[in-house]
Design a protein around this ligand. Structure first.
Ligand code: B1M
Length: 221
């Protein structure tokens, strides 16, 4: 099988949610020396984008989205250690979660993998995380950054609710707030008072390092 055939197979089989075939193709690609990021960015993510487009057109429904997501998760399980492979020293600490009302987690998990790969310690709170849970976990772990993911226009307002909860608990100044997720924009992030926004996982890592550096530079040691 050529690498192009493997990429095409990954795209096609994720689209129809054929998880066992997706796993086999990922393994075949790795055995043949393919780059894990190429499989991710050239096949798996574009396939999920097409799943979303079909859902919007009414050609796919929730079950189809779900099985495609499961196929993707299976691929990520195999790719995770390779994507996160690192010799990097710890560069910062992160508490991350998908906001209340939202159960999407593939994008959040991908950001976590990339952060860990870059040397961040990440506490992942999972999905559907309530503002009070963010507050509790920030108090417990004292991270430099808290990341809120939202994937629905209806759950994006939880960013503001979370920031309000941090303010109410008196810890807003102690933590950098980053937001992201498919429908989020820089304008929205600015409007809710977040410190940073990133459109994808690699930008999120760069942004996180940048924000931490700025904060450390601003605070005398
Ligand atoms: Co849903 N879903 N879904 N879904 N789903 C979307 C998001 C949607 C865009 C599909 C569409 O209509 N085109 C649409 C949202 C529309 C909107 O509000 N604008 C939608 C909808 C409507 C819904 C339901 C409401 C459907 C229904 O029930 N009628 C429902 C909501 C459930 C809920 O949360 N309450 C629902 C359910 C589901 C499933 C459970 C079936 C499944 C999720 C499974 C899972 O995640 N475990 C699912 C899926 C798979 C999708 C699509 C197809 C794929 C999402 C995905 O994983 N993308 C999605 C369509 C799409 O995105 N095109 C869709 C790949 C992922 C790598 O990208 O998530 O963007 P992304 O993450 C990126 C960036 O956003 C960024 O980095 C990531 C990696 O590069 N990023 C950050 C993410 N978090 C970040 C945090 C940061 C920085 C960057 O800093 C903190």
């Amino acid at each position: 099988m050529t690498h192009d055939e493997i990429l095409q197979g990954l795209y096609d089989n994720t689209l129809v949610g054929n998880a066992p075939e997706v796993k086999d193709l990922v393994n075949a690609g790795l055995e043949d020396g393919m780059d894990p990021e190429k499989m991710l960015y050239d096949a798996l993510i574009p396939s999920l984008e097409e799943v979303g487009a079909r859902f919007e057109r009414g050609d796919y429904f929730v079950p189809e989205m779900l099985i495609a997501a499961r196929a993707m998760q299976g691929a990520l399980d195999i790719l995770r250690p390779l994507l996160a492979e690192t010799g990097a020293q710890q560069v910062g600490t992160f508490v991350m979660g998908t906001v209340k009302g939202d159960v999407h987690d593939i994008g959040k998990n991908l950001v976590n993998i990339m952060l860990e790969g870059a040397g961040f310690q990440v506490w992942d709170l999972g999905v559907n995380v309530a503002p009070e849970t963010f507050v509790e976990k920030i108090k417990e772990h004292k991270p430099e950054i808290v990341g809120f993911s939202a994937f629905l226009t209806t759950t994006m307002p939880m960013f503001k609710a979370n920031i309000n909860a941090l303010e109410k608990a008196g810890i807003r100044d102690q933590v950098i707030v980053m937001v992201g997720g498919a429908p989020v924009t820089q304008e929205y992030a600015d409007a809710v008072g977040a410190d940073g926004y990133a459109a994808d996982a690699s930008t999120a890592v760069r942004m996180a390092k940048d924000l931490i550096q700025k904060k450390r530079a601003a605070v005398p040691a």
